[in-house]
Design a binder for this molecule. Structure first.
Ligand code: SF4
Length: 365
């Protein structure tokens, strides 16, 4: 866990609302006879040129979302519903979940690439890194000759800040940070439009984490791809993301601009996450953490899954499951979404319960 730096200033030219990836009502079960619903109707939109951060405690479904969206979910995971719409540079839209094997293979790495959790340890220890990058390129572009692929591998190493002379090194001759950079280089080999990064810095020390995050931000600026950056460490997202989605128990519970999540969390769980890190600058704030543990996904409580840990729970929370709705705080960005009954007093009243006023803590202007 690291301290919270100030969020970086918004980029001068914010990405236009031009969706490159739209995840709609994506649901995943684990197991067949008595399935556990680990992802429940998750909807997210990634705009072109944007970094979307996905945060939440371990086991909340972040990685499952990444694997399901790229059709890499291993058994017993089963996608039970939803769409993953990818829009190509030509404007054509395709549902990744509906592609046949040939089209899916063509789409991988060229449209969307993924850097897996612990990817730096997946390099083959007995092959030189140049050959490994070149093999990955020729597997997807068989028409490219070996020499051209090695030249491309050298360019890619240079792109991620590694001297191309290291092309002939074996993985054990590189530091952990360099191996992770090699994996990022490999993922960028075919100029993908979307890069999904699943905990790409978890195994690295904080100095190296920062360098990798800065490098990803720099590459994004230069190459223009979009990123879904998955981590349990929300402090990292504050530095790199344009927008942040917070997940809990297989659902999105808050989605907003990174600056808004950092300064004005609206969901009690997002508020707890933000108060689990000491700020590096600005006024001191109380470290509260979050009481209790993440839920057993096979035995979720009725109503709101966060209820047993929530300091603001009231009667409606045990009876109705909250859905994402606009924040009820006056002046908030209208696109900001929160899944909490504190923000939907009309729905609570219509269901026959007494609404609870928003606590002051969750209404910071
Ligand atoms: Fe807490 Fe209720 Fe909001 Fe859930 S719906 S986060 S239990 S106040």
């Amino acid at each position: 866990m690291s301290a919270l730096a100030e969020p970086r200033a918004p980029r001068a030219a914010q990405p236009a609302k031009d969706p490159v990836l739209e995840i709609k009502n994506l649901s995943v079960d684990y197991g067949y006879d008595e399935p556990t619903h680990v992802l429940r109707q998750v909807s997210l939109t990634l705009n072109r040129g944007e970094v979307l951060g996905l945060a939440g405690e371990s086991g909340c479904g972040k990685s499952t979302l990444a694997y399901a969206a790229t059709r890499l979910l291993p058994p017993p995971g089963l996608i039970t519903g939803g769409q993953v719409l990818f829009t190509g540079r030509d404007g054509a839209k395709q549902d990744i979940l509906a592609l046949n094997d040939k089209d899916l293979r063509a789409s991988r790495w060229q449209d969307m690439a993924i850097v897996f959790q612990g990817a730096m340890n997946s390099l083959n220890p007995v092959h030189r890194i140049g050959r490994q990058i070149a093999d990955a390129i020729t597997a997807h572009v068989p028409s490219m000759g070996k020499k051209d692929a090695l030249d491309k591998a050298a360019d890619l190493l240079d792109l991620v800040g590694i001297n191309p002379d290291r092309l002939r090194d074996f993985p054990h001759q590189l530091s952990g940070g360099m191996r992770q950079r090699v994996m990022i280089a490999m993922a960028l080999a075919l100029d993908p439009q979307v890069l999904i990064m699943d905990e790409p810095t978890t195994a690295l020390d904080v100095v190296m984490q920062r360098q990798i995050v800065e490098q990803i931000a720099d590459l994004r600026e230069r190459l223009g791809f979009s990123v879904i950056f998955i981590t349990h460490d929300v402090s990292l997202l504050i530095e790199i993301a344009d927008r942040i989605a917070i997940m809990y128990a297989g659902e999105i519970v808050e989605e907003a601009a990174a600056q808004d999540v950092y300064r004005r969390p609206r969901h009690p769980y997002a508020d707890g996450l933000l108060h689990s890190f000491p700020p590096l600058r600005g006024p001191r704030r109380e470290l509260g953490g979050i009481a209790g543990s993440p839920p057993d996904m096979a035995k979720l409580p009725t109503g709101c899954p966060f209820r047993p840990r929530c300091a603001f729970a009231f009667d409606a929370c045990s009876a109705i499951q909250p859905e994402l709705a606009p924040s009820a705080v006056p002046g908030d960005d209208p696109t900001r979404r929160v899944a909490c009954h504190l923000h939907t007093p009309d729905l609570v009243t219509a269901a026959g319960f007494e609404p609870r006023p928003l606590p002051e803590r969750l209404t910071t202007p």
